[in-house]
Write a protein that binds this ligand. Structure first.
Ligand SMILES: Cc1cc2nc3c(=O)[nH]c(=O)nc-3n(C[C@H](O)[C@H](O)[C@H](O)COP(=O)(O)O)c2cc1C
Length: 207
């Protein structure tokens, strides 16, 4: 067993935190590109490319997108009764802080047509799920890569309330879908580790 490799792996995976505020320090775009070059090696179903990213560093563009998220959030909130609207607004405060980072990565996924025979499609859990699994795997790889180069980030799905507007601003067309928004930058202080499950809750040997 390579102890050094195992220690680095554990260090990366355990120390990565969702970071929601960033210093003003700019990020060398080459660092992002280095990490992306590795993310390219993530597994995908039948090796078909089902994810891609766009990096945005223009603060004006980031702010325009943030405004779209705020508008969409407000639209949802205004259609709810008072109590549910209040609780949704509280939750939605976590949808729009990505403008605090110097770089925002937009992550897209797409589905491919199924190779299952039609009779087998209904209810089959492979349907449409495989590409999303690969997308999630790639995002985690990305977060670990960013951690490895000293950068912090947050995997955000809240901004997806404005998916259509964001796709249009970034000139991305179907079949691509927006899957995540990831602010990236440097943090002064890492957040505390939130409560994580007991080992036995996530892993057991079959008896
Ligand atoms: C699919 C997904 C979507 C998430 N969306 C958001 C989000 O919109 N806003 C946010 O502040 N955090 C978001 N998070 C981060 C989680 O809140 C965070 O991972 C969780 O609280 C555990 O904290 P940790 O990442 O520091 O271990 C998201 C995480 C995942 C995996």
């Amino acid at each position: 067993m390579n102890d050094l490799k195992l220690a680095s792996f554990k260090d990366l995976i355990k120390n990565r935190r969702s970071v929601r505020s960033f210093t003003k320090e700019s990020v060398d775009v080459h660092l992002i590109e280095e990490v992306m070059e590795a993310v390219k090696f993530s597994p995908t179903p039948t090796n078909r490319q089902c994810f891609k990213f766009i990096g945005v560093s223009d603060p004006l563009m980031i702010e325009e997108i943030r405004q779209e998220v705020l508008l969409s959030t407000e639209k949802i909130a205004s259609n709810l009764d008072e109590e549910r609207s209040k609780s949704f607004r509280e939750y939605a405060q976590w949808f729009s802080f990505f403008n605090k980072a110097p770089i925002v990565l937009f992550a897209f996924f797409r589905f491919f047509s199924s190779r299952l025979p039609t009779s087998e499609k209904k209810g089959a859990s492979i349907e449409g799920v495989a590409e999303l699994q690969a997308f999630g795997g790639a995002i985690h790889g990305l977060l670990l890569g960013l951690e490895a180069v000293g950068l912090s980030a947050c995997w955000m799905s809240g901004p997806l309330v404005a998916e259509e507007k964001i796709l249009s601003k970034l000139k991305i067309e179907r079949p691509w879908r927006l899957g995540a928004v990831i602010p990236v930058g440097y943090t002064d202080s890492k957040p505390a580790v939130p409560k994580k499950p007991e080992f036995s809750a996530i892993f057991q040997w079959s008896e």
